[in-house]
Design a protein around this ligand. Structure first.
Ligand code: MG
Length: 390
């Protein structure tokens, strides 16, 4: 099987809540997402998605993803999409860094591997643990009372884990944490995620002021050294996210005892291949994980579900259903949240069928400009000889 073409589509993903706000006054109203379609000479195509959290969260942005895909795509033509380690080596040789660019291509090739073998990606990543995956809900940064009301509202929808966006004014953040926790029951999980937004003196004030509150502290400051300094002066459970962007970063943080939970974002790590490697190491080391991505729609949510569902339940702290935050559905078959949980599809590959009417025309076409129709439709009309044209 050989890759014969790659299409990249740009999709705007608006939000049900209108905007998403986090530390430092950062805010996004419409997410710039890129969907990638990898076409093969076997008539199988695979899909991936990369959607940065705006251009100012991680070193990643929407047009950068597409520029990188246009650069890497031609290098993958003629390669076997099922040979994922080899593909990742080729991508690394052709483009240093830029893991988020490689993520969508890697994800699409996992989709192809699943379709080629008749197995869901979840099975290929290690097997299914449990019936479903527990989700967390991120609570956009607002005044304390509004955030607490959102927590109560999403709790009524079935969520039991909440991630408050703090990292603002420390006194207001203290009020946010207290107001949100007051809406929760014992057993519910509250995480205060500062997204690197506090200086050390601010983080120190907040963790001291909420010492009596049952709350996890996530990525309080910008660097590992700063986070470690705060961790050493608090007894709250500690989550690291932004600074754990590679296997080396994970190993260093683990060796220093810098975290209790780590957030694995697929595109931050470079795709499902690299995320699985780090996930498996975390399982061995006993580090609990939140399985997620920076943002995304149906395709990203499907990939998260497969990686999360193939993670042992006791090490699965939570996962994210981004497709329930956005107003646009880009694919059928993606996981749908039920009672605060979701499950990976049991269909081959990622189990999604992109809605071409939503995607429009590709912004980038590399190699043979095929596709335009879903594979299922093409199969229904063998006389159209689509496979022969490939
Ligand atoms: Mg985080």
């Amino acid at each position: 099987m050989k890759i014969v073409g790659i299409n990249a589509y740009q999709v705007d993903l608006p939000l049900h809540e209108g905007s998403y706000k986090w530390s430092g006054g950062k805010s996004v109203e419409v997410f710039d997402s890129t969907l990638v379609e990898v076409l093969t000479d076997a008539g199988i195509s695979g899909w991936g998605e990369v959607c940065p959290l705006g251009p100012f969260y991680l070193p990643a942005y929407g047009p950068g993803a597409r520029t990188g895909i246009a650069l890497l795509g031609p290098r993958l033509l003629g390669e076997d999409p099922r040979e994922l380690s080899r593909l990742n080596s080729l991508m690394d040789a052709a483009l240093k860094g830029h893991p988020y660019v490689k993520s969508a291509l890697d994800m699409a090739c996992w989709d192809i591997l699943g379709k080629a073998t008749g197995l869901p990606v979840c099975a290929l990543l290690g097997g299914r643990f449990g019936d479903s995956v527990e989700l967390y809900r991120a609570i956009s940064q607002e005044p304390p009372a509004k955030m607490a009301a959102r927590v109560a509202g999403y709790r009524a929808e079935g969520y039991r884990k909440f991630q408050l966006k703090v990292g603002g004014d420390p006194d207001e953040d203290i009020a946010r944490i207290r107001a949100a926790r007051a809406k929760l029951a014992p057993g519910d999980v509250l995480v205060a995620d500062a997204n690197t937004g506090w200086l050390m003196h601010q983080a120190a004030r907040v963790v001291r002021a909420v010492r009596d509150v049952d709350v996890y502290i996530e990525q309080p400051c910008l660097t590992l050294d700063e986070c470690l300094a705060i961790r050493r002066r608090t007894d709250h459970p500690f989550v690291l996210d932004e600074i754990v962007d590679s296997l080396e970063a994970l190993l260093r943080a683990h060796a220093l005892g810098a975290m209790d939970v780590v957030n694995l974002k697929i595109s931050k790590l470079g795709g499902l291949t690299r995320a699985r490697q780090i996930r498996d190491l975390c399982v061995t080391l006993g580090i609990a994980m939140t399985i997620e991505d920076s943002w995304g729609g149906d395709v990203t949510t499907a990939a998260i579900a497969h990686l999360a569902h193939s993670t042992p339940a006791e090490l699965r702290f939570s996962a994210t259903d981004f497709n329930s935050y956005v107003t646009l559905s880009t694919a059928a078959g993606a996981p749908q949240r039920r009672n605060g949980r979701m499950a990976a599809s049991d269909q081959p590959g990622l189990g999604i069928r992109p809605r071409r009417e939503v995607l429009g025309k590709p912004l980038i076409t590399i190699g043979r400009a095929l596709s335009a129709r879903p594979v299922a439709k093409a199969r229904a009309k063998p006389s159209a000889s689509r496979s022969r044209r490939r």
